[in-house]
Design a protein around this ligand. Structure first.
Ligand code: COA
Ligand code: MG
Length: 292
């Protein structure tokens, strides 16, 4: 279950940071991740929950998708966070530290029990070694529940793996690629992890390009300065859109009727490329619609 909409830029903000919650109303992020978990200190958990509930209720976020990141059900805050999120009016709740299919079942049941509306989605962090090993069975829950989106948690994964975060993200390639494969197999959205070095825009752009090339739909962000680059890099480029339109036109040309392979602007183009071309044009249309 996944509504089609752009999710190029998914900006985290600490639920305890009133200024960030306010500032987000002016930022061109596709998704706002209102965090109650890692970025909120234990003594601020309850007030952050209240602040997020009030912010979502008050609104003013326009077309931005609102997602509440809860604490794990294993903590003293998790259940109350989920109950708040379910009734908040947010489009989704994001659950951390899941490890297997049973977590998805449990979260879904609790969302239902808390009175979450039918259209509310469940997003989960993929950030534990067990989640990587169980990624197929987790993704398969999308067919029975409202699970719609995977969000890579590369900081937690690095900690659990005891791996280093190098520029090429060598240690995470298996996790990133399995997550994309499972997402595609079961129709989920896949969002890449964060880039911690706010002061290094070149490194950030390179990592966005890597995530896009791996197949991710967008990237999680931690600072407003990262939004524009993510929006640009995770959108089809004007050149991609132009080529996609040429492919669609070429296959629609009666002169090419019945052909399975064509040359379009010098590139070998098969019917399988027509599907991708249609997806690119549809994504481009969607981004324009959301920007308008
Ligand atoms: N969302 C919305 N607004 C944000 C923001 C965010 N993630 N990060 C910073 N801002 C705002 C600040 O409030 C400030 O607003 P102002 O211009 O109205 O004063 C402006 O952007 C500039 O912020 P800056 O001074 O550069 O950063 P900071 O020192 O205030 O904050 C961080 C730095 C890292 C603490 C902050 O960016 C942050 O909390 N990021 C998100 C962390 C998070 O949620 N992590 C969990 C997932 S990994
Ligand atoms: Mg985390």
């Amino acid at each position: 279950m996944s509504t089609i909409r752009p999710r190029r830029s998914c900006l985290y903000m600490p639920g305890a940071n009133a200024k960030a919650l306010e500032k987000a109303k002016t930022l061109p992020a596709d998704v706002l991740l209102l965090d109650l978990e890692d970025s909120v200190a234990p003594e601020a958990k309850e007030s952050a929950r209240d602040a997020v509930a009030a912010a979502v209720k008050a609104g003013g976020y326009g077309k931005r998708e609102l997602v509440v990141r809860m604490n794990s059900l294993d903590t003293e805050w998790g259940h109350t966070d989920l109950e708040m999120a379910a009734k908040s009016g947010a489009q989704a709740v994001l659950a951390p530290k899941v490890t297997g299919a049973r977590d998805i079942e449990r979260l879904s049941q609790l969302m239902k029990d808390a009175g979450a509306p039918a259209e509310m989605a469940l997003w989960v962090m993929i950030e534990t070694p067990l989640a990587i090993l169980n990624i197929k069975e987790i993704a398969a829950e999308a067919h029975r529940t409202h699970l719609s989106t995977f969000v890579m948690g590369t900081n937690d994964l690095a900690k659990e793996y005891r791996a280093r975060m190098t520029a090429d993200r060598l240690a995470f390639q298996t996790a990133l690629q399995l997550t994309v494969a499972a997402a595609r197999a079961y129709g989920l959205t896949a969002i890449d992890g964060v880039y911690n070095d706010i002061k290094n825009p070149d490194g950030f752009r390179e990592e966005c390009e890597q995530g896009r090339d791996l197949g991710f739909d967008g990237k999680t962000l931690i600072h407003p300065t990262q939004v524009d680059d993510a929006n640009r890099i995770f959108a089809p480029s004007p050149h991609d859109v132009e080529q996609a339109k040429a492919v669609i036109e070429a296959f629609a040309d009666p002169a090419n009727a019945g052909k399975g392979v064509l040359k379009v602007n010098g590139k070998m183009t098969e019917l399988l490329h027509l599907d991708e071309a249609k997806r690119i044009v549809a994504t481009d249309d969607l981004i324009r619609e959301f920007a308008g």
